[in-house]
Design a protein around this ligand. Sequence first.
Ligand code: PLP
Length: 400
Amino acid sequence: MTFLSATLDRVKPSPTIAVTTRAAELKAQGRDIIGLGAGEPDFDTPDNIKAAAVQAIHDGKTKYTAVDGIPELKQAICAKFKRDNNLDYSPAQVSVGTGGKQVLYNAFMATLNPGDEVIIPAPYWVSYPDMVLLGGGTPVFVEGALERGYKITADQLEAAITPQTKWFLFNSPSNPTGAGYSWDELAALTEVLLKHPHVWVMTDDMYEHLAYGTFTFCTPAEVEPRLYDRTLTVNGVSKAYAMTGWRIGYAAGPEALIKAMRKVQSQSTSNPCTISQWAAVEALNGTQAFLKPNNDMFVRRRDLVVDALNDCPGIQCPRPEGAFYVYPSIKDCIGRTSHGGALLKDDEAFATALLDETGVAVVFGAAFGLSPHFRVSYATSDTALIEACARIRTFCEGLR
Ligand code: PLP
């Protein structure tokens, strides 16, 4: 009898660990490392949100709460869905968890049975396939290629649906590409889903507020109200409000599903941090004024990075609609040899050599299910971005 659960055999260790461990080792050796791997804003949580948390502590709001959220936060979430997405939800249709991650995990745990398939557009956020596997389901990947702006088409979605499909997992703007689906692009997908009533939609709207230029965010239940009864709309405060460490995410959907998710949470973590819940009430109900200047800064950084990377020989970098990532192709670098003598046989070899030879840490595309690419998070200072892009350029110019 083995001690560890067979469940763990289904999931792989995080493929990003090799690069991050190597980056940490090099830093410890005194090397000058620029990390472009972090999936979080580099600015601080706004003061009004911090103040709400401090007030909660002073007011003694430091005890257990209802398993899936305090009524005040559920109310704020309902108001948010009405205000931003024109979606009507009652508090009984809302679940609050320890980050968007727990909410997604609860939903899979509450619904997947062996043999159930979950359609995941690739490239995808690293945790999706493994969460599905942990839940006993089967991930089915549909490739969104660079030529189509990393988005999937209605025909691709149609072709991927089988009688076993339980969920279609949607993420726009996307981690890792920043790609955002327009209303019409999303409507083409929801049109397909209408034809298959057994398929539910899990939409991860984590980057909703990080939408740039003429791109306007939209979400499936808003685009196609007839999907409302089989859509779980997931969101959270981590990214837009710079609250990654506070660990509050939420979802709204059919009451029976929310109840099942509550059951999972009640036997694992119970309520998310009480103080963070009060901070999230302020994040959602308080001023949203900082979103615009933050987005202006992100747009400037996006353009800086996209222009600089497109100037590097062998790199092709689309300009994404949102989030704080770019996902350039390095097709023309593969098979070549770096200045330091490393054969770049795939994107992992590229990222490893880039780190070893220039000190720039990026995450290789295989981790997200589409190669050969790498992901850059531009949620860091202009100075670091300019220096990192200059080093990437020197690296590419040195390829033989
Ligand atoms: N969904 C996506 C697409 C993400 O990129 C992330 C975080 O990186 C999450 C969900 C998880 O968010 P949270 O930190 O709220 O758990």
